[in-house]
Design a protein around this ligand. Sequence first.
Ligand code: APR
Ligand code: ZN
Ligand code: ZN
Length: 366
Amino acid sequence: MHQVRAVVARAKGEPVSIETINVPDPGPGEALVQVQACGVCHTDLHYREGGINDEFPFLLGHEAAGVVEAVGEGVTEVAPGDFVVLNWRAVCGECRACKRGDLHYCFNTHNATQKMTLEDGTELSPALGIGAFAEKTLVAAGQCTKVDPDARPAAVGLLGCGVMAGAGAAINTGGVTRGRSVAVIGCGGVGVAAIAASALAGASPVIAVDIDPRKLERAKALGATHTVESSQVDPVEEIKRIAAETYEGADGADVVIEAVGRPETWKQAFYARDLAGTVVLVGVPTPDMKVPDLPLIDVFGRGGALKSSWYGDCLPSRDFPMLVDLYRQGRFDLDAFVSEEIGLEDVEAAFDKMHGGDVLRSVVIL
Ligand code: APR
Ligand code: ZN
Ligand code: ZN
């Protein structure tokens, strides 16, 4: 048993608190990880607002990197001393999705079986099965992916959620390659990761769309070739115009990535893609939102694919080391996503900054 400091959301809508928690030694199939860095994500805030479920208290934090301290019985994936990036869930390898090769759709993903607790014994619900705003956390060994130990923890930890979601939406779900035009609607952390990955994949043009001009500046720095301020101009017309400048006759971008999670921006994506193009929804809508009312003839007539991207359709064991290598080679600028390094006690303030739109990611350093 280990006693460590951690950030806990005790009750719906209440500010988070710093608590001492009990972390068990790893049981079969589990790993104890010394957390080195963990990004502050919207989903942590959704947990503390009760938007995900009501299983309070939550141990927040899920975009993390750290060093394996100990492993339980039967663990072969990682060993003590390994530098790892954590992912949401370990796959089973047995279900229909796993056997079909679609591991990222595994029906039986699992997290650590043993529970971390508050000092009084109350069981904690770890955010996304991780709970890494803590000096140590307990996860399923399959949630650990070993990466280059020389990489900066604050940067590579971000691959555990938002950056992977965005980059994967482009490369894995959207199939972005050279010779393709891409538009990304919404340039927060997820959207700019999609932009950076599209640029890296050789796509051109890479069109960034946002209502906030500050976001467009950052998108440009990360590889956007064009920017569209959609509060000022019609983004659909602009995307079509820019795509046609490069590819004569194009009626939109080959791949349009929606990284806001709203019906109106999804509709923009729908009409801004070229014939036979692909729309990728990676922004997370709220449960009350509906698909916009579209003429079915337009769905039929434009052809192509309307996709959604879950966690960037990533395979952590394949994609995390790849992106870490590209980062180490200076080709994927993960440092640009780290707006500030903070302590555990600053998480509540980081939630406020997230709303202000000034930061891409605040990262807790442990
Ligand atoms: N049109 C274009 N851009 C918009 C619009 C709009 N109507 N509304 C908001 N945006 C922009 C914001 O200005 C911001 O730059 O979308 C971006 C959203 O970015 P973040 O709030 O930083 O969110 P991010 O972490 O990138 O996640 C994107 O996926 O994980 C979910 O909950 C998350 O739904 C959010 C989405
Ligand atoms: Zn499975
Ligand atoms: Zn997240």
